[in-house]
Design a protein around this ligand. Structure first.
Ligand SMILES: Nc1ncnc2c1ncn2[C@@H]1O[C@H](COP(=O)(O)OP(=O)(O)OP(=O)(O)O)[C@@H](O)[C@H]1O
Ligand SMILES: [Mg+2]
Length: 233
């Protein structure tokens, strides 16, 4: 059974054992400083909510953590540099699904014969996740015919099918109602407990943060102004 508060999420915070480390890290786009001297360490098994108003730098931060954006200055040490076994999956804010293809075709893009014993195993995992998120009956729909919330679930399943060490998710419930947002996060919380999945989740959803154990990194105008336990928000 999936329960939101079944075990407090701990992470493994032995300071040598980190997965991500940002040291005095800044990002600039032209003249705009989107992230300013950010200092942040994320440990295996942690759940970190990245919060902050629009334009605060959440997407830029996730893009650096995912290796999709180079810092302009400072250092970013990422999981694959710590161990070749580590892998990050990103659910981008704009989802990056192939609109003309069906949902199932998009999910098959995550198939990797080096991590699955067979296509049957992959298909079973796809079906299990699709059932958990209540999309199993509609995987033959073209993405362009699906609503925003459905697309977010497909993007999340695709990211999870890559069996990542860390999942980076950029406002992945912005088009989902409360029940569906909770359901999605319950599934992730379960993977966090069962498999030690590290989760970095950019969100405006304070209700969700209150329901699930985790830490917070709060950005304001590119600065990391709070980093710590979520109970203080
Ligand atoms: N490619 C870009 N070129 C120029 N400026 C950018 C670019 N991407 C982001 N910015 C600027 O950097 C700042 C941080 O943007 P970012 O998208 O990281 O914020 P955000 O917290 O994710 O915002 P939102 O909540 O709206 O998604 C903003 O001022 C934004 O306008
Ligand atoms: Mg953003």
């Amino acid at each position: 059974m999936l329960t939101a508060r079944s075990h407090p999420q701990q992470g493994n915070s032995n300071h040598q054992n980190y997965l991500f480390h940002l040291d005095n890290m800044s990002v600039e786009y032209g003249g705009i400083r989107a992230l300013k001297n950010v200092q942040l360490t994320i440990y295996p098994g942690e759940i970190l909510f990245v919060t902050g108003p629009s334009g605060a730098g959440k997407t830029s931060l996730l893009n650096v953590l995912g290796g999709h954006l180079e810092p302009s200055s400072g250092k970013a040490i990422l999981p694959h540099q710590r161990s070749s076994k580590h892998f990050c999956s990103t659910v981008f804010q704009d989802l990056r699904l192939m609109q003309k293809k069906t949902c199932e075709e998009n999910l098959w893009l995550a198939f990797d014969s080096s991590i699955y014993n067979s296509k049957t195993d992959f298909f079973r995992e796809m079906e299990d996740l699709a059932k958990l998120l209540n999309v199993a009956d509609h995987l033959n729909r073209k993405v362009e015919d699906c609503n925003g919330g459905f697309k977010q679930k497909i993007a999340m399943i695709r990211a999870l099918l890559a069996r990542p060490t860390a999942l980076l998710a950029d406002e992945p419930t912005s088009s989902l109602d409360k029940d569906n947002s909770y359901r999605l996060f319950e599934v992730l919380n379960h993977l966090n407990h069962k498999k030690g999945l590290t989760i970095v989740w950019a969100t405006h959803n304070k209700e969700l943060i209150k329901q699930f154990p985790g830490k917070i990194a709060h950005l304001d105008n590119g600065k990391l102004v709070y980093s710590g336990h979520a109970c203080f928000i």
